[in-house]
Design a protein around this ligand. Structure first.
Ligand code: GTP
Ligand code: SPV
Ligand code: MN
Length: 612
């Protein structure tokens, strides 16, 4: 049995609530050892992981890992929000009573870490000193060293974050037990995994995975689900799956901040890491604040809406990352230190790595290359030759310090004022490049009716068209009607209202399927138009579903696009939109207490489409 008291004493953990929590779970999971982790332990833990074969070398300061082949994405079906109040049941949060789920998880976890080390990871999901820090403190317990290494990169980790809390009992209890991955029946009727956030007890219990959002509990479970619930319960903030960027205009000296939500694997990381297109680079600089999560609140003193990224690193999709699409990501993994790749292709002889889209063709000489499952490419049977080398949801993990365009003030506690909130997703038709919305209720309505194609970031849903309210469907913590009301209240309280917009980089030609808009770096152009619209420098064209740019308002200097493609993405297909309004009505009807303001916005848009 682990000597818990000694491990906590040695690490200087004095908080009695933390000590009690650690002792309880060490006993229940049957861990053999307990080790308290600090970010300063990283080099030693990396070495241990290399020695144990959990990591493989992938060049100077870079490491390669593979997850179990049935454990490569979040599982939405097995993810549950549990509370003690049935009123918290929503359409998407898979609500269950806390009294049912807690014993079930304890049963799964009992003795399940026998023979393993239980790592204690004190973390902070906020810049130190943030006004939201009380909701950002947590302690993850995990029996996986790779999870520890990821948590050190993705959050601020250290024992100090647990000392001197205003309320010593206010920290998220986040328990992760990997389980016997080869015998969990992933994806079968006998699936043994459970990923539960007991939101009103601020306790997260995840069993049966060591991958991404299933296992790095600071990120999705705390940073999104728990934070969303806490923000509502405290009436203080929003926790959203948003990227957050700064745009600096060197000509006027002005700084703008835009945040926004796209569903998983739909372009947040790429947008956040964007460099200005060459032709606009002399005038504009884009800086990175965050690529996956933003917490938003109104400052009590100046009444403005602020945002911050609670994370400390990037867990980015590898597929299609290359010099052209995302040079910033490549620089952060090529020149950064401590980078970890997961589930891409690997060559153990040369320590090289590769993924689909890294180069147009895979390495010509396949000698030594292993696919993401660890199988030699050279041995592939005839029918398997076309299978991807890397898993479509394979990822790179890198700290914010490695990101070349990281904002200078990213670590400042006060956050940044928000000028615009955008929503988007993979939508192959109907949605224009950008439509701006100046009314709060219509903006929130638009977010709630975000419809897009699902991606490989979740198991078994790729390609399905589905509504994904605010890109939060997999992270919804409480009822959608209450969520809408809370959103209206928080943002509505801001002295200066942000402008909203819906963007779509993914409209396709119906005949040959090509993307009508080149995307990536060029995405700065519609965002600049949005800021100009907010500043009254352009007028756009009013439509029933928002204001869209005229062709001459969009700065297309140095960019190629076929005139007919441009015309399509800057136009509204009224019959197609009218049809969509019927689907939206059905979608909104699912939510019993949707605020009247949202219904009014829906009716206004529907009526405007009738006269378009
Ligand atoms: P999560 O980390 O799962 O939340 O995803 P994300 O929203 O950060 O998505 P990410 O930026 O990693 O993009 C996912 C995929 O979309 C990658 O394969 C990108 O190459 C691709 N992508 C991103 N932006 C664009 C774009 O503007 N145009 C096109 N065609 N593809 C894009
Ligand atoms: C997502 O799926 O939206 C992610 C990756 O950001 S994961 O951390 O696996 O949830
Ligand atoms: Mn995400």
């Amino acid at each position: 049995m682990a000597d818990v008291e000694k491990a906590l004493d040695d690490a200087g953990v004095t908080n009695p609530h933390v000590r009690e929590y650690v002792a309880y779970w060490a006993d229940l999971t049957g861990a053999e050892r307990v080790e308290v982790v600090d970010a300063a332990d990283d080099a030693r833990l990396i070495k241990e992981a290399l020695d144990a074969g959990e990591l493989l070398p992938a060049g100077e300061g870079r490491y390669y890992s593979r997850s179990y082949h049935k454990d490569t994405a979040r599982s939405e079906e097995r993810t549950i929000v549990a509370t003690n109040d049935p009123k918290d049941k929503g359409v998407y949060n898979n609500w269950r009573p806390a009294s049912e789920m807690k014993p079930l998880l304890e049963e799964r976890m009992r003795g399940a870490s026998a023979g393993k080390t239980m790592y204690v990871i004190p973390y902070l999901m906020a810049p130190p000193g943030s006004p939201l820090a009380p909701w950002a403190t947590g302690v993850e317990l995990t029996d996986s060293r790779t999870v520890v290494l990821h948590m050190i990169r993705m959050s601020r980790v250290g024992v100090d974050y647990l000392e001197n809390l205003d309320d010593p009992n206010m920290f998220v209890r986040a328990v992760h037990v990997t389980g016997d991955l080869e015998h969990l029946g992933q994806g079968t009727p006998d699936d043994k995994r459970y990923f539960v956030t007991v939101a009103d007890e601020r306790t997260i219990l995840h069993f049966g995975s060591s991958y991404g959002g299933n296992a790095l509990l600071g990120k999705i479970a705390h940073g999104l689900r728990q934070a969303a619930y806490d923000g509502w319960a405290s009436n203080k903030f929003l926790g959203e799956q948003y990227m957050l960027i700064g745009i600096h205009d060197k000509e006027t000296g002005k700084d703008y901040h835009i945040c926004g939500g796209f569903p998983s694997a739909s372009g947040k990381t790429n947008l956040a890491m964007m460099l200005a297109p060459d032709a606009l680079g002399d005038r504009y600089h884009v800086s990175f604040y965050g690529d996956d999560i933003a917490w938003l609140w109104v400052d009590e003193k100046d009444g403005k809406l602020y945002g911050m990224n609670p994370e400390y690193g990037v867990f980015g999709v590898a597929k299609d990352t290359n010099e052209k699409t995302n040079p910033t990501a490549l620089a952060s993994v090529d020149e950064g230190t401590g980078v970890i790749f997961t589930n891409i292709a690997y060559n153990p002889d040369t320590h090289e790595v590769w993924w689909e889209g890294r180069t147009p063709e895979p390495p010509a000489d396949v000698t030594g290359w292993l696919d993401w499952k660890g199988n030699p490419i050279a041995d592939r049977a005839e029918g398997e030759k076309d299978a991807p080398w890397a898993h479509p949801n394979s990822r790179f993990t890198t700290t914010l310090d490695n990101v070349p365009n990281i904002a200078k003030d990213y670590n400042e506690p006060q956050g940044v004022p928000i000028d615009a909130i955008i929503f988007g997703g993979r939508t192959r038709d109907r949605e224009p490049l950008i439509r701006a919305i100046t009314d709060l209720a219509e903006g929130v309505y638009d977010g709630l009716t975000l419809g897009a194609e699902a991606t490989f970031a979740a198991e078994g849903v790729d390609g399905q068209l589905r509504y994904d309210p605010m890109s939060n469907r997999p992270f919804m913590a409480y009822g959608e009607g209450d969520y809408a009301a809370h959103y209206l209240k928080i943002v509505g309280a801001a002295k200066e209202q942000p402008i909203f917009a819906h963007v779509n980089w993914f409209q396709r030609d119906p005949e040959d399927g090509h993307f009508l808009w080149p995307g990536y770096r060029e995405n700065l152009r519609p965002l600049l138009w949005l800021l100009q619209l907010k500043n009254g420098e352009v007028k756009g064209r009013e439509t029933a579903v928002g204001i869209i740019p005229t062709e001459d308002e969009l700065n297309l200097e140095g960019m190629d696009i076929a005139p007919e493609d441009l015309q399509t993405i800057l136009s509204i297909n009224v019959p197609r939109w009218q049809q969509e309004m019927g689907h939206r009505e059905e979608h909104l009807k699912q939510f019993p207490n949707m605020p009247e303001e949202i219904w009014e916005a829906h009716r206004r848009v529907a009526a405007a489409l009738e006269t378009e």
